[in-house]
Design a protein around this ligand. Structure first.
Ligand code: ADP
Ligand code: MG
Length: 322
């Protein structure tokens, strides 16, 4: 079974950033208000996520490392109503298959919490302990038992870039949650809970404050809301374009094109405007049967989404031309 877990883990856990993403999503799903991320050696030796969310009972703590032991979906109807980030119940099982994991968790109202150590899917230690409410997960020595994978990891700067990408996406999607990130004891981010515009400025810098236009469009099919950067603020390099569908980060080249078209030649050929756009849509119009680590998504009426995004961005960009 531990071999089966290791193989399955390859799907979910490709690099330290995958662990960061899964743990952050779990903290958000657990309704945390504050989430702290502590990283060492670009996540190769330590990834720790501490939240003040709902926490787990002793049984939950044991169960959460079992494959498909999700608390978030009860029947196939739920699949179409999923609003939590996770629903497959394979992240923690996969992570525990390829790392040394230490979990501390306590629910509000429980006197004691649980400490659990698990290595390569094997539970090594469990006891009741006094601990803060919420969940504190340490993931040590990722791929300690899969040398081929460990050796395949890239330089720390590259792995750290991936971690920052995942961190930023989740932090943008949840400005109501405060997040901090430390790397080798250096504070990289300390983001206070607040409005989206504040979150954007806290992540990307003060210069962004004057560069953003609010964007909103509501139809019966989707609603779009977010911020668009001024045309002068467009860059040759990509990396600051964010679409979220029902709070999940997605990549969508067709919709990116809708934004570019809306700028209607006011940005130089081949440059990309800054944007953070949230699309809300009834989940039944979206194909969610996609691979857990993929960020692509399909709408049942892509052309309408394209048209609505373009109209929304056009209106927002129009503000700059007045
Ligand atoms: P999924 O998120 O798809 O349900 P995971 O493997 O990520 O699967 O997590 C398994 C289960 O462990 C979750 O359904 C949840 O019940 C519990 N869990 C994981 N992380 C946390 C957390 N930070 N706080 C509370 N419960 C958690
Ligand atoms: Mg999860």
């Amino acid at each position: 079974d531990s071999i089966a877990n290791q193989i399955a883990a390859g799907e979910v856990v490709q690099r330290p950033a995958s662990v960061v993403k899964e743990l952050l999503e779990n903290s958000v799903d657990a309704q945390a208000h504050h989430v702290q991320v502590i990283i060492r050696d670009a996540g190769k030796t330590l990834i720790q996520v501490i939240d003040d969310g709902l926490g787990m009972s002793e049984t939950d703590a044991r169960m959460c490392f079992e494959r498909h032991a999700t608390s978030k979906i009860r029947n196939s109807d739920d699949l179409f109503r999923i609003r939590t980030m996770g629903f497959r119940g394979e992240a923690l099982a996969s992570i525990a298959a390829v790392a040394q994991v230490e979990l501390r968790s306590r629910r509000v109202g429980d006197e004691l919490g649980t400490l659990l150590r698990i290595e390569g899917s094997e539970v090594k230690f469990q006891e009741s302990i006094a601990t803060l409410t919420g969940t504190n997960l340490l993931v040590k020595n990722l791929f300690f038992n899969v040398p081929a994978r460990r050796n395949f990891l890239k330089a720390n700067s590259v792995e750290m870039r991936h971690i920052l990408d995942e961190f930023q996406r989740i932090a943008l999607a949840h400005p109501e949650v405060s997040f901090s990130l430390y790397h080798n004891d250096v504070e990289i981010f300390n983001l206070y809970a607040g409005k989206l515009v504040r979150r954007i400025v806290d992540i990307f810098g003060k210069t962004y404050r004057e560069q953003l236009a609010f964007c909103q469009e509501d139809t019966s099919y989707i609603s779009v809301r977010g911020y668009i950067g001024k045309p002068e603020f467009a860059r040759k390099t990509r990396g600051e374009q964010f679409f979220f569908v029902n709070e999940r980060y997605i990549k969508h080249s067709y919709l990116h094109h809708a934004v570019i078209s809306a700028f209607d030649g006011t940005i130089p050929e081949g440059s990309h405007p800054f944007y953070v756009l949230f699309i809300e849509i009834d989940p039944s119009h979206v194909d969610i049967n996609i691979h857990p680590t993929k960020t692509e998504i399909k709408f049942d009426d892509e052309r309408s989404v394209y048209a609505i995004i373009m109209a929304a961005v056009k209106k927002a960009v129009g503000v700059y031309n007045m």
